[in-house]
Write a protein that binds this ligand. Structure first.
Ligand code: TYM
Length: 329
């Protein structure tokens, strides 16, 4: 099969949780074997909401170390930090001039994040345009993401098609790649909203760096329903369905087979089994993380990554500037 260019990113706004891992990172690792992959730590996206500068610095390196700890290999994939490649900001401006306030107002993430504010930060509004720039800057074919990003990917395609139509072929039109199982992992405390780094309740998520005690507590406390029957029915039984989803995504056992195996058992028994599955999956990642985070190699990998990313980005940016008649050449 032909190698494809793959691009994706994660915000360094906190430690990566199971949703990020199952929705995105697990796919990143699989894809690097047979494709040309570029994985970014999107620090410029994270400042669309206020960040403590010291914390942000730490989180950038934490996410980089987690990328490596889950199995990304810098010999196979380019791993870099967004703000180290200036083309992202430059292309973002060109795309901003070719997107519309109407379409950006329809983005559900913007609506959720700006809810209740009379005036929201402009960066929060144009966030999806910067994301489109990330993707289009590398002639990306495939974008592996959780399905909460679907609307942003569709917008990226719309902008690329619009510019190609008006100015001639400029950008590769990318496709999203969403995993069915694990495409959306929900909060453990409230299975009707997605697991997120920013939710206030720490028990709502499991981070890849959580210790076994925290993992056990969060799963045993996870919200389920009162009928006590283990069945997959996301609409009527969102809590237990989410836990089944996590179990299946981590073990790669089908949901039907898990449901059959636990037939007649109570939620407590299933939750205990899930604690074991999650703990066993996360432990080796944590171990590798500790080693990598302390090594000097991490910075060298990121520097090399931004050099390689820039080499790919530069000609694409030049092509875009040329189409728009910008600059002196
Ligand atoms: P971020 O940092 O919120 O999340 C990183 C990845 O994790 C996925 N994800 C989930 N998947 C399943 N269940 C969940 N509960 C869950 N929560 C998060 C996200 O879909 C994402 O794939 N806008 C992006 C970052 C970004 C990006 C890009 C992605 C910026 N530029 C270019 C791809 C390409 C975001 O906020 O991800």
């Amino acid at each position: 099969m032909e190698r494809k260019r793959v691009f994706s990113g994660v915000q360094p706004t906190g430690n990566i949780h199971l949703g990020n891992y199952l929705g995105a990172l697990k796919q990143f690792v699989d894809l690097q074997e047979t494709n040309d992959c570029i994985y970014c730590i999107v620090d410029m996206h994270s400042i669309t909401v206020p960040q403590d500068p010291e914390e942000l610095k730490k989180h950038i390196l934490d996410v980089a170390a987690l990328y490596l700890a889950v199995g990304l290999d810098p010999k196979k994939s380019i791993i870099f930090v967004q703000s180290e490649v200036s083309g992202h900001a430059e292309l973002s401006w060109i795309l901003t001039c070719n997107s519309y306030t109407g379409e950006l107002s329809r983005m559900t993430q913007f609506k959720a994040k700006s809810k209740g504010q009379e005036s929201a930060p402009t960066g929060l509004f144009t966030y999806p345009v910067l994301m489109a720039a990330d993707i289009l800057l590398y002639d990306t074919d495939i974008v592996p993401v959780g399905n909460d990003q679907k609307q942003h990917i569709e917008l990226t395609r719309d902008i690329a098609l619009r510019i190609n139509h008006k100015y001639g072929d400029t950008f590769v039109v990318p496709e999203g790649r969403y995993l069915k199982e694990g495409a959306r992992i929900m909060g453990l405390d409230d299975p009707t909203s997605k697991m997120s780094k920013s939710a206030e309740n720490d028990m709502s998520r499991i981070s890849l760096l959580d210790d076994p005690g925290k993992i056990k507590k969060a799963i045993m406390k996870a919200t389920t329903d009162s009928d006590g029957v283990i069945a997959f029915d996301p609409e009527n039984k969102p809590g237990i369905s989410n836990l089944l989803n996590i179990y299946s995504a981590l073990t790669e056992e089908s949901i039907t087979s898990i449901v059959n195996r636990f037939d007649g058992e109570g939620y407590g028994t299933f939750k205990k089994a899930l604690v074991e599955v999650v703990t066993d999956s996360i432990a080796p990642i944590r171990e590798r993380f500790d080693k990598i985070r302390e090594s000097d190699e991490l910075i060298d990998i990121l520097k090399d990554g931004s050099r390689r990313a820039n080499d790919i980005a530069e000609p694409v940016l030049e092509r875009a500037k040329e189409r728009f008649g910008l600059g002196i050449r």
